[in-house]
Design a protein around this ligand. Structure first.
Ligand code: HEM
Length: 131
């Protein structure tokens, strides 16, 4: 991304973020650990994620313009986020980035950036297997 100031610009801006989000949520919904946490109508969540990812990756502050301070950890507190769910979320995102054709170095960089918040949102211990 040498000639770009932000990941947002380097990956292709709004159009690319839209595609990532469109590819990401069906994977989330199909994932056994993640799907049950999300509402059936995923479209409002997709729209919010488009706004948030745009700003998180250095684009325009669309989420804050609409919803104020992101407070993302607090917004995730109603949902039991285990370490396994954080890894699953990142794995779905890695697949979406790859399918969108984001260059590999930028896929890696984006996942590195998202990995901090994903782990920070963990608020529940691993479920024991009771075996
Ligand atoms: C760590 C694993 C994660 C899980 C299990 C998870 C799960 C969820 C769930 C269940 C919702 C609420 C859906 C609803 O509206 O009913 C949500 C909302 C959201 N998540 Fe996550 N999430 C995770 C990580 C992340 C990360 C890393 C980001 C971005 C850095 C993110 C960004 C968002 C955004 C922007 C919303 C919408 C917030 C709003 O309501 O305004 N999530 N997430």
């Amino acid at each position: 991304m040498s000639s770009y100031a932000t990941i947002y610009d380097a990956i292709g801006g709004a159009e690319t973020i839209r595609e990532i989000v469109t590819r990401f949520y069906p994977k989330v919904q199909a994932h056994p650990l993640l799907g049950p946490l999300f509402p059936e109508d995923i479209h409002p969540v997709m729209e919010k994620q488009f706004l948030f990812l745009s700003q998180f990756l250095g684009g325009p502050p669309l989420y804050s313009d609409e919803y104020g301070h992101p407070m993302m950890r607090a917004r995730h507190l109603p949902f039991p986020i285990t370490p396994e769910r954080a890894e699953a979320w990142l794995a779905c995102m890695a697949e979406a980035l790859s399918e969108t054709g984001v260059p590999e170095s930028l896929q890696k960089l984006t996942i590195e950036r998202l990995s901090g918040p994903a782990h920070h949102f963990i608020n529940t211990e691993s479920e024991s297997s009771h075996s």
